[in-house]
Write a protein that binds this ligand. Structure first.
Ligand code: SAH
Length: 250
């Protein structure tokens, strides 16, 4: 298995592939005040195995297009949607977030949890805007500094992982300069990282290593995840995921 396949193998069994939570997805739904726009057409971009997709489809009068570039994650999402009787409200698509098969002004809502960093926040919010109807809503979560200064080790780690890591004010300014009105912002609480993401991942390390014959590549992946977890535990006062809700200007 190559590294991508190992990462898929580690993450595809999890409910979420990044920090988040059902109550936080629900909170974002409420802050976006989507009820007025129902019935909704929603795109969930970088949906993974579909934690947010399922909630949006279950709780809203909506048709949800769920896009991820990994067919393995889309397959899990399909199975989940079928077993919950939600597949008629979900259109799963294997595709890339920087080459979406969407029409201009097709969607009322663009949703994306923990995924926009793959193309970069600035490019993502800029490029995706055309797919929203005027007055449509963008809901994205993005790693965010929660203080103006931070320890060097932490800054160094995240800047090398993701050079666009920044404060909420810098992200909101990007939204303002990309044709959106910011509507709301909140940060994901600790349980979204620990209970919903890191702990289930930690609990799966030994089975993951066993499945992959304890290979050096598998061990390297586990070590990298452990490093990320310990950085989070040590420095969680300085960063989190921010959830940004913004409306496309008319
Ligand atoms: N939204 C999910 C998954 C977040 S992890 C959740 O919150 O649980 C980021 C997701 O982005 C992964 O599923 C990954 O496969 C997907 N991804 C990465 N690059 C992508 C790209 N270029 N196009 C589409 N999806 C991509």
């Amino acid at each position: 298995m190559n590294d991508l396949q190992l990462l898929i193998d580690l993450h595809k069994r999890s409910n979420r592939q990044g920090p988040g939570g059902d109550s936080e997805t629900r909170k974002a739904m409420e802050l976006a005040m989507l009820g007025a726009l129902e019935p909704l057409k929603i795109a969930d971009i970088g949906c993974g195995t579909g934690a947010s997709t399922m909630l949006l489809a279950r709780e809203l009068n909506a048709q949800v297009t769920a896009v991820d570039f990994l067919p393995e994650f889309i397959d899990v999402l399909k199975t989940r949607a079928e077993s919950e009787g939600l597949i008629n409200k979900i259109s799963p698509i294997v595709g890339s977030m920087d080459d979406l098969p969407f029409d201009d002004e097709e969607y009322d809502v663009i949703w994306s949890e923990g995924a926009i960093y793959n193309m970069g926040f600035k490019k993502g919010v800029g490029d995706w805007r055309r797919y929203l109807k005027p007055g449509g809503l963008l809901v994205v979560s993005e790693i965010t500094w929660t203080t103006s200064e931070r320890p060097f080790e932490l800054q160094n780690h995240w800047e090398s992982e993701y050079p666009e890591v920044g404060t909420a004010s810098s992200k909101i300014s990007i939204l303002e300069n990309s044709g959106y009105t910011p509507v709301a912002y909140f940060t994901l609480p600790d349980h979204c990282w620990i209970n919903n993401y890191y702990r289930p991942m930690q609990n799966s390390f030994s089975e993951f290593l066993a499945r992959n014959a304890n290979s050096e590549d598998a061990q390297t992946i586990v070590e990298a995840e452990k490093k990320e977890i310990s950085l989070y535990e040590e420095y969680k006062n300085y960063f989190s995921y921010g959830v940004y809700i913004a409306k496309k200007l008319g």
